[in-house]
Design a protein around this ligand. Sequence first.
Ligand code: 5GP
Length: 215
Amino acid sequence: MEAADHDLHGFKRRGVLFVLSSPSGAGKSTIARKLLANEPDLAMSVSATTRPIRPGEVDGKDYHFVSLDKFRDMVAANEFLEWAHVFGHRYGTPKAQVEAMLGASKDVLFDIDWQGAQQLFQIAGGDVVRVFILPPSMEELNERLIRRATDSAEVIEARMLRATAEVSHWDGYDYVLVNDDVERCFEDVKTILAAERLKRSRQTGVIGFIRKLMK
Ligand code: 5GP
């Protein structure tokens, strides 16, 4: 998959595929929301899922909610960049949408799990930046899930079990942050994005500038 060139400080650069993963309840969605509100050149990849819609969620905005048959058709038609089983449901990143965002000179934000981060890295390697957000403690995570009150006790218990498994994949990420203060964590995520955008390996246009400098 080709990332399109972006224009920053006069240099063309490759788009960043910015992955945020965390156990659910660690504050990732809050940070993703703040990031999107602050970064006009960042667009969110909206996944397709077979999980039932939750109260307050909007089809096409939070996810594309699809049937199992539809999801299978999309897999067969090679429409996903990556997809995985999570909590007994299927989740996948539609390829066309990511290509369109990169084509429009946007960096792309992904809220996907470690399996997705791994697959994306295999496909797009150097364009991918993987950030993992940890909760300050498992007790805090449990409380946040209860406070969120969108899931039943059984689902919360399953999510806590899954969180432990998810955390064990921390070493598949480029950055690991602890979200004990959402503002600070958000600032750190913004700093990472800013630095990654400036990375020399992304600045495909630098050569032209150097040539002009040297003549
Ligand atoms: P939730 O059901 O709470 O919205 O999401 C459950 C988990 O699925 C989260 O960890 C989220 O990051 C992950 N997820 C959401 N969309 C995708 C996707 O397209 N691919 C993969 N691999 N994981 C996803």
